[in-house]
Design a protein around this ligand. Structure first.
Ligand SMILES: *[C@@H]1O[C@H](CO)[C@@H](O)[C@H](O)[C@H]1NC(C)=O
Ligand SMILES: *[C@@H]1O[C@H](CO)[C@@H](O)[C@H](O)[C@H]1NC(C)=O
Ligand SMILES: *[C@@H]1O[C@H](CO)[C@@H](O)[C@H](O)[C@H]1NC(C)=O
Ligand SMILES: *[C@@H]1O[C@H](CO)[C@@H](O)[C@H](O)[C@H]1NC(C)=O
Length: 399
């Protein structure tokens, strides 16, 4: 449907422009043009009429390098990263996180009331300054106070809470490589596999080159992952990277760093014990919403503020991850719709690769862009842990 309207619109715009150019604009074209523009904007608006619930997983905004990722020969030292400090949002990063909130406001303006109520949205972050701050910034962009909630003459901001579990007991958004033994065992095998060793061998020269110039040994993918993080943070701050990086960054360093991301989700068990954990929550919330049992009933949105791995893991759990390193403030959106035409619920997945660009619709393999909820649930079943503690072979309770 939408494609047909879009096609018609394009044809008519071309005809319309042609007539303008020829000073022969006639009434019929004008009317047709206006009608088509009106009709073709219809489906976009109607699409959100059936919207019921939205979950968003996003990466924090641009930041300074992390202390643990620094390398001995880095010309940039802590003084360059002040007053923020290590691993903190830059002003640009703050703007990115705020822009993400504004983009969500734009997309869901009709769906979310202008008025903020505590029931409507729940925000959860990892226990990092940069993710908690990004969550606050996204909320500032999403819920600037309207007339009735304005409490300060100049501040276009109102306080909205963000939840988080202390890092030491975060068993949901945090990487499971410190608390889920089965995941750790499985990941170790992936990192030691013949395929991985062959991959490292192929890039031996590059690893040696990076090691020579950074002054840090590059023995495993994780070492290059750290260099990628630092160089990308510095580049995004518009710092001039050292001459030697030109040969290997971004291309080669990105390929090697992204291999680490890929391996963290390289089989069904890894996907299940990693992003599957959060996907299970998304699904149970969606199902509860359709059954009227989601509490509070008014809940419309869940925001999850995390890191590149949270963006990757949720994509991977849905078999939508193609090896890449997500941008700062990228976001995965999972929407639950009620489709009147089909009298059924459907799930739609979107990916904001670049916070300044429109979201991209992702199509699940074996389903439509609007994937019927029942089909979505069966497609995902293999990645949904039934008893996470048990499957992790954990000695402490992870629920
Ligand atoms: C790294 O440094 C060593 C010792 O200086 C040198 O022999 C080697 O060629 C260098 N390798 C690369 C890839 O730059
Ligand atoms: C870096 O430079 C680009 C291009 O000049 C500019 O658009 C961007 O805002 C700068 N970023 C920062 C963090 O200064
Ligand atoms: C990151 O954003 C840039 C534009 O700023 C875009 O070209 C690129 O595709 C994005 N990268 C990924 C991996 O999505
Ligand atoms: C999950 O497994 C653990 C360990 O076997 C058990 O103690 C717990 O009761 C199980 N949880 C559920 C919800 O079945």
């Amino acid at each position: 449907m939408v494609q047909i309207f879009t096609y018609l619109l394009v044809v008519l715009v071309v005809i319309g422009l042609f007539s303008v150019v020829n000073h022969r604009m006639n009434c019929v074209f004008t009317i047709l043009f206006v009608c088509t523009a009106y009709v073709s904007s219809g489906p976009t608006i109607n699409n959100n009429d059936g919207l019921r619930l939205v979950s968003v997983f996003f990466r924090h905004g641009a930041r300074t390098p992390e202390h643990k990722d620094r390398y001995p020969n880095d010309p940039y030292k802590l003084d360059v990263f002040q007053p923020m400090g290590w691993g903190q949002l830059t002003n640009n990063g703050k703007s990115m996180a705020h822009t993400l909130g504004q983009a969500l406001r734009k997309r869901y303006n009709k769906f979310l009331d202008e008025i903020y109520t505590p029931e409507i949205i729940k925000t959860k972050s990892t226990d990092y300054d940069r993710t908690r701050m990004s969550a606050l910034l996204a909320l500032a962009g999403l819920f600037p106070p309207g007339k009735s909630q304005k409490w300060h003459e100049e501040l276009k901001w109102q306080p909205i809470p963000v939840d988080y579990d202390k890092d030491s007991i975060d068993y949901t958004l945090k990487r499971p490589n410190s608390y889920c033994p089965r995941y750790m065992k499985e990941l170790d095998q992936a990192l030691q596999s013949d395929e991985t060793l062959a991959f490292l061998k192929t890039h031996r020269q590059t690893l040696q080159y990076i090691s020579n110039h950074t002054g840090k040994p590059m023995n495993k993918l994780g070492d290059v992952f750290q260099i990628y993080q630092t160089l990308t943070a510095e580049r995004t701050m518009n710092l001039t990277l050292p001459e030697w990086t030109k040969k290997v960054y971004p291309e080669k360093v990105t390929i090697i760093a992204a291999k680490q991301c890929e391996l963290e989700n390289s089989n069904h068990i890894l996907k299940r014990l990693n992003g599957g954990r959060m996907l299970a929550k998304v699904i149970s919330n969606m199902v509860a919403k359709t059954e009227g049992s989601l509490h509070p009933h008014e809940r419309k949105m869940f925001l999850y503020s995390g890191h590149e791995n949270n963006v990757i893991n949720i994509l991977a759990a849905m078999d939508l991850y193609e090896t890449h390193f997500p941008n700062y403030s990228s976001a995965v959106i999972i929407e639950l719709h009620y489709l009147r035409s089909r009298q059924n619920y459907a799930v739609k997945v979107l990916y904001i690769r670049d916070v300044y660009e429109a979201p991209e619709e992702l199509t699940l393999s074996g389903c439509d862009v609007y994937c019927p909820l029942d089909d979505f649930v069966s497609l995902m079943e293999k990645h949904i842990p039934k008893n996470y503690t048990l499957e992790c072979e954990a000695t402490k309770n992870l629920d």
